[in-house]
Structure formats: structure tokens, C-alpha cells
Design a protein around this ligand. Structure first.
Ligand code: GLN
Length: 534
């Protein structure tokens, strides 16, 4: 089937962190509910080639795509809202664009010309966007431009999008500008001036927005929308209000009530019947997420707990699983860097140790593993979390200074060691075992029971692994290897017996959980959490 290849470009104004990604993903969800095929692109106007080496404190979680690209966390929103698997090409950075142009220049592709931002950089940007349309044959390509208009970094991108609109034609491209409408308590009113200014800034690049989505703390009224329409030169019905809601999953429903889908369908001629959408599945998701009782409390013992965005996919996966099981999950963020208050852990219904890099916080994570084993509290370890489970298990079974060579190269028992193919690599960016690999499950294990399948596919992002030299010894002491690579060489999942729920996986299941399809391991973990309800 040939897709319609229409484009929706989403820009942001006034301030950052207003949920541009969620807003764009929600437009996508609405269009999907009309039966349209979508793909999404996030433009990040920074020079890093990908997100892999960025500190989670600056940019939040690194989201790993199926094909192994380390990308911006917004791709996670797109995968969850659109229910699609995106490829690494869905994340375009300034670094990728320039690298590609400079590589072409070195090869002689532009012989004779002076290589410039216009046309060479802008052509490259357009090429990358169109390539996604061709490759996916999507009806709509949703493109979110990171940052806010007026940033120096985003200028070449806006220029490329402006050109693309001219080339593809007015009926095939629309611009959506997401702004913030603040409420001034002292004046007792909402203020539209920041929206007017940022729209003016956008128009100075030659782009007139077709729709303005106003984020606000509370709902804004029609006269205010009329004012924005008037001053920003958009149709009144294209001024959409998106006030704060308690759950991000409600946003598509809020925007649908504002007739976003209908407007988009007319504007870029999507050829579907205006009222033919079916958002019932999404409504059910939102309903099941609203459940307030019973409450379970999961403690996440991690290094970046001050910024929840660092573990955003884990947080969402827990919510999906809780909705599936029929409970409300509360998360207690516990810093692994401070000495952990063991008394506090006693109040938790279960513990999760997420992935991470570097030694900071390791001893706190190991303490949490010991606590789980000694107190029979369900424990779920992901990547580094799984490695910590193996280390502490080994220590408790006589391998006293067992460790990972990531943290101690001198240990007598390097139960976690660098993977062979990683040893030769010196670069830090994009050189881990990344992306989807098959995992074979062993029968009569918790993992097998959770998945109900023999072979599953999960996403990875690591350099270290369970050291096969210790596999037999650990198995003799009771560690169960319940998942491996199909050739049995790499350990993917470990568990122990005689414990309510103790499972660690080397991969990141959180990247595959969807609101409508909670991840089997998260569901199994959540059920164990409920069974352990205090
Ligand atoms: N630092 C560990 C490794 O490289 C774990 C990585 C992770 O948790 N994503 O193997």
C-alpha cells in the first residue's frame, strides 16, 4: 500500500517542558484512531550524533529503538502513543545532518561547490525526512522540532521545513505551534502575549502556523481563543486548548474534544470521514489507569532519581502493568547514592533496580538486593540491576568480593565481565550491544510463565554480561538462568527459587511496554507486588 505521505510539523514556543512531545504524540494517536498509518520523527538540534552519551540529568532517559539507536525519550512517547516500532532514523540530530554532509563533501559528492547551510544542510534535512516517508509508506509523517522557536540551533531545520512545505504543497503539509498561556495570579487573568510573540518569531522564519495548541494550567475560554486566533492569524477552530491533566494518556481525549482530528483531516486532505475515528480502546486505557485502589508501592533504587524523566519508560511500564492487574502504583524514588534506610524498604511492596553506568550508587543497589533476598520482597532488576542481583547473590553464597569488572578489575570473582566483542572497542558512543536480540526461555521458570512463549525479542544497551566462567558455579548455588541468547552463550534472565519474585534481565523490557499491551515481565512483577501488599 502506498501511503499518503502528508507531513505535520510541530514546533514549540514560549518555554520548554510544556509537553510538546506528548502533544504531538496525541495528534498522532487521534489520527491513528481514524485508521491512518503514521510514523514520527524527533528533531534534536544539538551536535551530539545521538543521545547515547548524554547525561540523563540533562535530557532524561536514553530510549533505545529496535534497531539499536540511542535516541531522545520522546521516541518512547511516540512508540507508546502510536503503537509503532520506530527506527533510529526517527531521531534526526544536527550532528547526524552535519556528519552526513561532511562525509559527502570528503567523498567529493559536491565537487566544485562551496558547501553551505542553504542548500546543502537544508537539503540533507529534507532528504532525511522524506526518506522516512518513503521507507515507512506512512500516511502521515509527524515531525517534532526540539527546542523553542528563536533558538539559533533550530534555524536550519525550520528553514528546511519551510522549503518542504513549498515543495510538497500546501495541501500536504501543516504546521502546528505549541505554546504556553500563563495565568497571572496578580492580574487574575490569562496572558496571550507570549503566544503572540512566539508566533511572530515563527512567522519571521517564513512559517505561518496552521494550528496553535495552547498549553495552560487551567482551561481557557472562547474569547481568549478568539483573541489568539486574531493576533496569530489562524482560524478560530484551529486554536486548541490543552490544559494540564492528571495523566498524559488523557491528552488525546482532551484534544479530540477540541476537534483536532477533524481540523487536521480537512486541512491536509487525509480523505477519511471526519467522524470515523474509534478512540474506544484509548478510552478504556485511560479508565483503567484511573483506578485509585488498591494502591501498591514500588521502590525504584537508582542513581538519577531526582529526575523522574531518567526512568520514564520504566515508570510508564509500571503504570501499564498496574492498570492491567487492576491496581494503582505509587513509586517511591530511592537514591542509591545515599546510605539506604532499610526500615523504609520494609514499607515497600516491591523493589525495582533500573539500569545504569558507573560505580556511584552500586553499594546502595547491592544493599537493596540483599534486603530483598533476606526479607522476601519481590525484586526486579533491569540491566545493571540484574548485574547487581548476580553480584550480591554470589557474595551471599561465599564468593566474598564478587563484583563486576566495570567497578573492580581486581576482584577474585568477576561474575560480571565485559563482553568479548566489547573489549576491543575504545569509542564511547554507540558501541554497546544495542537493540533487539532474541532470547530463548527455559520452561518451568517465572520468565517462561510470564511470557508464555519460547522465544522473545528484547532491546539491549550494555557492555557487560554474566561471566560464563561462573555460570555453572552460580547455578549450583541456586541461580536459575531462565533466558539466554538462542545459542545459549549470553545469559539474558536470572531468577532464584524460594523467593516470592526475584528476576533480573540483561535487556530493557521497559522499551516495549505499551499502554494497551503491558509488558509480560512487568505484569508478572506487578502481580507479585500485589500478592505482597502490606
Ligand atoms: N553498565 C552496565 C553495562 O554496560 C549496565 C548498562 C545498563 O544498565 N544499561 O553492562
Amino acid at each position: 500500500m502506498v501511503g499518503l505521505a502528508k507531513y505535520i510539523f510541530v514546533t514549540g514556543g514560549v518555554v520548554s517542558s510544556i509537553g510538546k512531545g506528548i502533544t504531538a504524540a496525541s495528534i498522532g494517536r487521534i489520527l491513528r484512531s481514524y485508521g491512518l498509518e503514521l510514523t514520527a520523527i524527533k528533531i534534536d538540534p544539538y551536535l551530539n550524533w545521538d543521545s547515547g552519551t548524554l547525561n540523563p540529568y540533562q535530557h532524561g532517559e536514553v530510549f533505545v529503538t529496535r534497531d539499536g539507536m540511542e535516541t531522545d525519550l520522546d521516541l518512547g512517547h511516540y512508540e507508546r502513543f502510536l503503537d509503532v516500532n520506530l527506527s533510529g532514523e526517527s531521531n534526526i540530530t544536527t550532528g547526524k545532518v552535519y556528519m552526513s554532509v561532511i562525509n559527502k563533501e570528503r567523498k567529493g559528492s559536491y565537487l566544485g561547490s562551496c558547501v553551505q547551510i542553504i542548500p546543502h544542510i537544508t537539503d540533507e534535512i529534507k532528504h532525511m525526512i522524506r526518506k522516512m516517508a518513503d521507507k515507512t509508506q506512512a500516511d502521515v509523517v509527524l515531525v517534532e522540532v526540539g527546542g523553542t522557536v528563536g533558538d539559533i540551533e533550530s534555524q536550519p531545520f525550520l528553514e528546511a521545513l519551510r522549503q518542504l512545505r513549498n515543495e510538497e504543497g500546501h495541501d500536504n503539509v501543516m504546521f502546528v505551534h505549541v505554546t504556553y498561556v500563563p495565568y497571572l495570579k496578580a492580574a487574575g487573568e490569562f496572558k496571550t502575549k507570549p503566544t503572540q510573540h512566539s508566533t511572530k518569531e515563527l512567522r519571521s522564519t517564513g512559517i505561518n502556523p496552521d494550528m496553535i495548541i495552547c498549553r495552560s494550567e487551567m482551561p481557557i475560554d472562547t474569547p481568549l481563543k478568539m483573541k489568539i486566533a486574531h493576533f496569530c492569524d489562524v482560524e478560530p477552530k484551529a486554536v486548541i486548548n490543552c490544559p494540564d491533566v492528571s495523566s498524559i494518556y488523557e491528552v488525546p481525549l482532551v484534544m479530540d474534544r477540541e476537534n483536532v482530528g477533524k481540523y487536521v483531516i480537512q486541512r491536509i486532505k487525509l480523505g477519511v470521514e471526519e467522524n470515523s475515528r474509534d478512540l474506544s480502546e484509548w478510552e478504556n486505557i485511560v479508565d483503567s489507569l484511573k483506578k485509585e485502589e488498591p494502591k501498591v508501592c514500588v521502590g525504584i533504587v537508582g542513581k538519577y532519581v531526582e529526575l523522574e524523566d531518567s526512568y520514564i519508560s520504566i515508570r510508564e511500564s509500571l503504570k501499564h502493568a498496574a492498570a492491567h492487574v487492576g491496581v494503582k502504583v505509587e513509586i517511591d524514588w530511592i537514591s542509591a547514592e545515599d546510605s539506604i534506610n532499610m526500615e523504609k524498604l520494609k514499607d515497600l511492596d516491591s523493589i525495582l533496580i533500573p539500569g545504569g553506568f558507573g560505580e556511584r550508587g552500586i553499594s546502595g543497589k547491592l544493599d537493596a538486593v540483599r534486603f530483598s533476598i533476606e526479607n522476601n520482597i519481590p525484586l526486579f532488576g533491569i540491566c545493571l540491576g540484574m548485574q547487581c542481583m548476580v553480584i550480591e547473590f554470589a557474595r551471599l553464597h561465599g564468593l566474598d568480593d564478587a563484583h563486576s569488572t566495570e567497578f573492580n578489575t581486581e576482584t577474585t570473582y568477576p561474575v560480571i565481565d565485559m563482553m568479548e566483542e566489547q573489549k576491543k572497542i575504545k569509542d564511547m558512543g554507540g558501541t554497546m550491544r544495542l537493540g533487539s536480540y532474541d532470547c530463548k526461555l527455559k520452561e518451568n521458570t517465572m520468565a517462561h510463565e510470564a511470557y508464555q512463549e519460547e522465544l522473545v525479542e528484547e532491546r539491549h544497551r550494555h557492555r557487560f554480561e554474566l561471566n560464563n566462567d561462573f555460570r555453572e558455579a552460580l547455578e549450583e548455588k541456586g541461580l536459575i538462568v531462565s533466558g539466554t541468547s538462542p545459542d545459549d552463550f549470553l545469559v539474558e534472565i536470572v531468577e532464584i527459587k524460594d523467593h516470592p519474585w526475584f528476576l533480573g534481565c540483561q535487556f530493557h523490557p521497559e522499551f516495549k511496554s505499551r499502554p494497551n499491551r503491558a509488558h509480560p515481565i512487568f505484569v508478572s512483577f506487578m502481580q507479585a507486588t500485589v500478592d505482597n501488599l502490606k
